[in-house]
Design a protein around this ligand. Structure first.
Ligand code: GLU
Length: 379
C-alpha cells in the first residue's frame, strides 16, 4: 500500500491515539496560550466524538509556572524548575478540565516518572488506570512528574520519549506529535538553503539524525531530534507517527479529514512484541558488552543470540537479568538486551567457544538470548 493510502486508512481506523503537545506550542511570552489550548481541546473533542481513545501528553507546566511567578531570574536551577512546574501543572490541568468540561468531556491528570514504568507492577497499575479511564470516555492528560524526576535514572528526559513509551502502555495504533514547525525538513536548514518539509518518511531508521538535526545537544529537551528518536521507537512497535504544526488552527481535524499536512512517518511492517519494547525502553541500562565485528554482523542479520565467543570486553557492574548495552569494538551501538550472566561471570566466559562452555557446564550458552535482545534499540 502506498503511504497516502496507508495514512488515510490508519487515520480513519485508529482506535487509540497518543497526542503529544510541546510547551512551545502551548505557551507564548505571557504563559499559557489560551487561544491555542482552546482550539486543541476542541479538536480533541472532535476526535473523541469519532470513538477514538485519546491520550494527551502535555508539556507546559514549567512555562505556566514561570509566568505566574513572573520573576524568571529567581527560577534558575533544577529546584526552581521543579517548583515552577508544581505551580504551573495545577494551572495547566485546571485549564484543560474547564475547557474539556465545556465539551461534556472529563479529563484526568496522570503524572509519571521513568521509574514508575520500569517497575513492572507499577507499569501494570498505570496500565489498569489508563484502561479504566479510557473505558469511561475520559481523556487522560499526562506529564512527567517534575517534582521527583530530576536524575537521569528517573527522568524520561523529554515528553517525546514519554509519549513514545505510552504507545506501548495504552496499546495505541497512532502517535501524533504537535510541534511548532511544519514537519520534518528534508535537510539541515543551517547547511542547505531552500529546504522543504518531507510529506513522508519511509524509513525513519535510515535517516542520519546528526546530519539532519544538527545532533542532540542543540535541541534542549525536545526539538526534531527527540521527535525522530521517538518516531523510531514507535516504528519498532509498528506504530506510525504524524508530526504536525501544532499552532495551526484545526490542524488535527484537517489532517483527519484528508488534508496533506506535516510529515507522516511509516512504521516497521513487523513490530516487535510489547514485552520486548518494555524490556528495552522502560528499564535502566546497567552496563556494556563490547563485541567483535563478526558477532555484530551476525546479530544484525536477525534472530541470533549473543554468544560469549564474540564478546571482547565487559563494562560496568551489572547483575544477571539486568539490561545492558551491546556495542562494537569501534563503539557503534548494536542494541540492548538482558544479560544471562552478571558482569563478573561474563568476564570469565567471554571469548569462550560453545564447546568449551559445554565442557565446563556453564549454565547458559548465550550471553543474551535473542528473545531478550533488541537490535537497533533507540536509547
Ligand atoms: N514536564 C515539562 C513541563 O511540563 C516539559 C518537558 C518537555 O517539554 O519535554 O513543562
Amino acid at each position: 500500500m502506498d503511504w497516502h493510502a496507508e495514512k488515510q486508512a490508519i487515520l480513519q481506523q485508529a482506535r487509540c491515539v497518543v497526542i503529544k503537545v510541546g510547551s512551545a506550542v502551548l505557551t507564548d511570552e505571557h504563559g499559557l496560550d489560551l487561544h491555542v489550548i482552546k482550539n486543541l481541546v476542541k479538536q480533541l473533542a472532535f476526535l473523541h466524538s469519532k470513538e477514538l481513545n485519546v491520550v494527551l501528553v502535555s508539556s507546559g507546566a514549567v512555562a505556566a509556572g514561570r509566568a505566574v511567578l513572573r520573576e524568571e531570574s529567581s527560577i534558575g536551577g533544577v529546584p526552581g524548575k521543579q517548583a515552577a512546574s508544581a505551580i504551573g501543572q495545577s494551572r495547566l490541568m485546571h485549564t484543560y478540565d474547564q475547557l474539556f468540561d465545556a465539551h461534556g468531556i472529563i479529563s484526568a491528570q496522570i503524572l509519571l516518572t521513568k521509574d514508575d514504568l520500569s517497575n513492572r507492577q507499577r507499569f501494570l497499575n498505570a496500565r489498569n488506570t489508563f484502561t479504566q479511564l479510557l473505558s469511561w470516555g475520559v481523556i487522560p492528560v499526562v506529564n512527567e512528574n517534575d517534582t521527583v524526576a530530576v536524575q537521569e535514572l528517573l527522568k524520561f528526559g523529554d515528553n517525546d520519549t514519554l509519549g513514545s513509551l505510552l504507545l506501548n502502555l495504552v496499546e495505541a495504533d497512532l502517535f501524533i506529535n504537535l510541534t511548532t514547525v511544519g514537519g520534518v525538513l528534508c535537510a539541515n536548514p543551517e547547511k542547505v538553503s531552500n529546504v522543504t518539509i518531507m510529506p513522508c518518511v519511509e524509513d525513519v531508521h535510515s535517516l542520519d539524525l546528526d546530519e539532519l538535526c544538527g545532533g542532540k545537544t542543540s535541541v534542549g529537551t525536545g526539538g526534531m531530534y527527540s521527535k525522530l528518536l521517538s518516531a523510531r521507537r514507535a516504528s519498532q512497535l509498528g506504530v506510525p507517527t504524524l508530526i504536525l504544526p501544532g499552532k495551526e488552527k484545526d490542524v488535527l481535524i484537517r489532517a483527519f479529514e484528508g488534508e496533506e499536512m506535516g510529515t507522516w512517518i511509516r512504521a516497521n511492517v513487523r513490530g516487535i512484541s510489547r514485552r520486548k519494547f518494555w524490556m528495552a525502553y522502560n528499564q535502566n541500562v546497567y552496563g556494556e558488552i563490547v563485541i567483535d565485528e563478526g558477532a555484530a554482523k551476525a546479530l544484525r542479520s536477525g534472530g541470533k543470540s549473543l554468544l560469549p565467543a564474540g564478546i571482547t570486553s565487559v563494562e560496568g557492574d551489572f547483575m544477571a537479568g539486568d539490561l545492558v548495552r551491546v556495542v562494537t569494538t569501534q563503539g557503534d551501538a548494536v542494541g540492548v538486551g538482558l544479560s544471562n550472566y552478571n558482569a563478573k561471570d561474563l568476564q570469565m566466559v567471554k571469548g569462550r567457544k560453545l564447546t568449551e562452555l559445554m565442557e565446563s557446564n556453564e549454565p547458559y550458552f548465550e550471553a543474551i538470548h535473542c528473545d531478550n535482545l533488541l537490535i537497533g534499540a533507540v536509547i
